[in-house]
Ligand binder design. Structure first.
Ligand code: FPP
Length: 255
């Protein structure tokens, strides 16, 4: 993969709060390509090149976990050549960046069922996961052949296979058997490309995520766009189904 030098990043904005886990639906590669009179493959290539500066910027902000939606269980329905292009770009991404990510303490993990991935991609993913397993910096999950509902189904199936009784099928137990076991839930879910959907991404883990939708196509999502999303997150008032503490005026006095 030819690595384009990233433009100089703007100064890092200070943030009062930051998400522990950021997840990104990298949408708009095809429309970006059309708007530049390029092929869809070239759009995906530009999309793959946009990833590294985004990881770097999130790292500068001290984000602990990033999950990238590289290929969904539904994406197999795309034309075969496009599927091959995306999978090859995934492999190229690993070939190009694993060394650098490893040096920077990043731990790469794979989310999704590896069984349907071609062997050449499965082996590369596994090698990168093994190689970076001892790192204690940012965790970067590459979701390849991932579907949120399938993740929940496999979690429950694993629980049952372990002999769990009905009363042991709890929210905590399901969370602990998902592909993201041990990681914090998603705090901020970013979707580029103007669509306002979750598209079977981390449906369980993003239940209380703040959703950030931007019209910007993924290949144009850069450090300044990362900053904008994090600044917006810091402005949000997260209530998790509760009421704001200031509005509990009768607390302690109600009969
Ligand atoms: C959505 O754009 C993008 C994808 C389905 C693939 C994302 C893949 C990459 C960025 C490259 C490789 C990934 C990794 C993790 C290294 P779209 O094709 O749906 O765009 P459109 O909505 O404009 O058609």
């Amino acid at each position: 993969m030819v690595v384009k030098p990233a433009p100089a990043a703007p100064p890092l904005p200070a943030l009062a709060v930051r998400p522990a886990h950021v997840a990104i639906i990298m949408d708009g590669n095809g429309r970006w390509a059309t708007s530049h009179a390029l092929s869809r493959s070239e759009g995906h290539r530009a999309g793959a090149q946009a990833i590294r500066p985004v990881i770097e910027r999130l790292g500068e902000h001290g984000i602990g976990v990033l999950t990238l939606f590289g290929f969904s269980t539904e994406n197999w329905g795309r034309p075969r050549t496009e599927v091959e292009t995306i999978l090859k770009l995934g492999a190229e991404f690993i070939d190009t960046y694993t060394d650098e990510l490893n040096r920077n303490g990043v731990r790469l993990q794979h989310l999704g069922d590896p069984a349907r991935l071609p062997g050449w991609l499965r082996r590369r993913v596994q090698k990168a996961v093994d190689r970076t397993a001892g790192n204690d910096g940012m965790i970067v999950n590459l979701a390849f052949n991932y579907g949120g509902r399938a993740d929940i189904v496999q979690s429950v199936a694993r629980l049952l296979a372990e002999g769990a009784r009905p009363e042991e099928i709890t929210e905590e137990a399901i969370s602990a058997h998902l592909a993201t076991a041990g990681l914090p839930d998603v705090d901020l879910l970013i979707r580029t490309g103007g669509e306002h959907r979750v598209s079977n991404f981390l449906v369980w883990q993003a239940t209380y995520a703040e959703l950030y939708f931007t019209e910007v196509f993924w290949p144009d999502f850069d450090a300044a766009q990362v900053d904008a999303a994090l600044v917006e997150f810091a402005r949000r008032n997260r209530r998790f189904g509760l009421v704001p503490s200031a509005s509990v005026e009768d607390a302690g006095t109600a009969e």
